[in-house]
Design a protein around this ligand. Structure first.
Ligand SMILES: CC(C)(COP(=O)(O)OP(=O)(O)OC[C@H]1O[C@@H](n2cnc3c(N)ncnc32)[C@H](O)[C@@H]1OP(=O)(O)O)[C@@H](O)C(=O)NCCC(=O)NCCS
Length: 199
């Protein structure tokens, strides 16, 4: 048996409260009804996004003890289509806390009721920010990391946050000059066509 020793003690226990991940872990299960489907008979990605936002909110607000808003959503890659009649379950857990923000990891699975076959449709990460009734940002409780998975998720989420911040800085440098000839050069080899412009 492995004993988990505290990784870091709170700087000051009176500074903020701490909650474990179990306190706010949330699962929503929903039956996929025909009105959720697209022309191809599969479930709309937007339906799943809406459910993910809902479960992220519940999980975040429970941890924060406050109203939360969605600040950003990390990549959502739908790995497999979801069919009408399947049961979709979304399992949400707080992975990381900053000062006023927290990251909720969501694992989405879909179950065929007849065969009990379960498929993993996606895992995504929502950054939620806590606010009070006056719309001011508020500090969220710290996180007690009780298991190795809690520790791994926290470190991975922090790494993702750093990568995202770097990426944002790089993305700010994307500016296309208003230079027709340069644009033509930049688009060489792409499957697009610029009709001759009158200057
Ligand atoms: C997200 C929002 C609260 C950020 O407000 P802000 O005044 O820019 O706040 P700050 O820059 O001080 O950031 C506050 C926290 O949010 C985090 N944050 C802000 N924008 C973020 C983003 N795009 N992605 C991830 N985290 C973000 C910051 O890292 C910070 O975290 P920390 O306190 O844990 O360090 C604000 O832009 C907002 O209210 N947006 C609208 C949200 C909303 O309505 N969502 C629903 C969409 S319909």
């Amino acid at each position: 048996m492995r004993l988990l020793v505290p990784l870091a003690m709170p700087a000051s226990s009176s500074e903020t409260s701490y909650k474990n991940t179990k306190f706010s872990q949330t699962t929503i299960t929903e039956l996929m009804i025909p009105s959720y489907s697209n022309f191809g008979g599969k479930i709309h990605g937007g339906v799943l996004l809406s459910l993910m936002d809902k479960v992220a909110y519940v999980c975040a607000a429970k941890h924060a003890g406050n109203y939360c808003v969605t600040a950003s959503i990390d990549t959502v890659d739908f790995l497999q289509p979801v069919e009408v009649g399947e049961l979709v379950s979304l399992m949400a857990s707080v992975n990381y806390v900053g000062k006023t923000s927290l990251v909720v990891g969501i694992r989405v699975i879909s179950e065929n009721i007849k065969t009990n076959e379960i498929k993993h449709t996606n895992t995504s990460y929502f950054t939620m920010v806590a606010k009070d009734e006056s719309n001011n940002l508020v500090q969220v409780p710290g996180l007690i990391l009780e298991s190795q998975d809690d520790v791994r998720r926290f470190i991975e989420a922090r790494k993702r946050k750093q990568i995202k911040q770097n990426h944002r800085k790089e993305a700010e440098q994307i500016k296309v000059p208003d230079d027709y000839d340069l644009c033509r050069q930049l688009l060489a080899g792409e499957r697009c066509y610029i009709p001759v412009r009158e200057i």
